[in-house]
Design a protein around this ligand. Structure first.
Ligand SMILES: [Zn+2]
Length: 261
């Protein structure tokens, strides 16, 4: 049986996915003669969501290319910022990325999140049905064909995860406009309509409120929560966007805990 030998070079950004003995420069591979290059790259451990251009002997080829004996393959990392055509940019995060989900919402980015583990098939189906970019650190999940789009989250630290996603997709930022608890949009609320939901100190101190249009959670302006503000300020400074909510104030969750975890 003819098993072509190819020579493969993987971009430095993608080498973490590749077995240690294949990380340095060019590596020789034998393929089965019928598998596509996409399959060969995946079998090396690299999720196709992370792959940009594929070059064979310097010429760009699609993932469906079937490698022939003696070809030199170059696997490039996906470009940043990455365009995701076909729908407004929105995300779906797996069960391990709750903190990242709350931080994206804090910045006004549409970030759906399942706090229960609903399983890979259900997550992939939701990504497809709602055209959401699935964010995960699970390579098996990212390989599922049903996913509408996906992206590997490179760090296990929430602040680095946030920079990774903002730098990669450049979503429009609109801080303090989205409910960190449920991803619903906030709207301004009259004090009278939310008053009975507030504790006495808050009721006396603040006058400008916002309320989630989905779960009714109440937020208020002016209650400075240093850690959440630091997250927002750093993100806006580096990645742009509106500096503050309408009215120029700051809305934080009632219990101030929504971006923890
Ligand atoms: Zn809500």
């Amino acid at each position: 049986m003819n098993r072509p030998e190819i020579h493969c070079t993987v971009a430095p950004e993608l080498r973490l996915f590749v077995p240690a003995d294949r990380r340095q420069g060019r590596t020789a591979l034998r393929t089965d003669g019928t598998s596509t290059l996409g399959h060969v790259v995946e079998s090396l451990g690299v999720p196709l969501t992370e792959v940009g251009r594929l070059l064979v002997d310097g010429r760009e080829v699609p993932v469906s290319h079937v490698p022939r004996d003696g070809e030199s393959v170059e696997v490039c990392a996906v470009g940043r910022p990455q365009e995701v055509p076909g729908a407004p940019l929105r995300f779906l995060l797996d069960v391990h990325l709750g903190t990242l989900a709350r931080r994206l919402r804090l910045l006004g980015v549409d970030a759906a999140y399942e706090s229960e583990d609903i399983g890979d098939p259900a997550l992939a189906a939701r990504s497809a049905a709602e055209r959401r970019v699935l964010l995960s650190r699970d390579r098996g999940l990212l390989r599922r064909r049903e996913n509408w789009a996906g992206a590997y989250v490179y760090s296990d630290r929430p602040d680095e995860q946030l920079r990774d996603v903002l730098g990669r997709f450049a979503p429009e930022l609109a801080p303090w406009t989205r409910c960190t608890a449920c991803n619903g949009l906030l709207e301004e609320a009259e004090k009278g309509t939310v008053e009975e939901r507030l504790e006495g100190g808050t009721r006396r101190t603040y006058d400008v409120f916002a309320q989630c249009t989905v779960c009714d959670r109440v937020y208020w302006h002016g209650a400075h929560h240093a850690r959440l503000e630091a997250v927002v300020d750093a993100a806006v400074r580096e990645f742009g966007g509106a500096a503050a909510a309408p009215g120029g104030g700051t809305a934080v969750p009632r219990d101030g805990s929504a971006a923890q975890g």
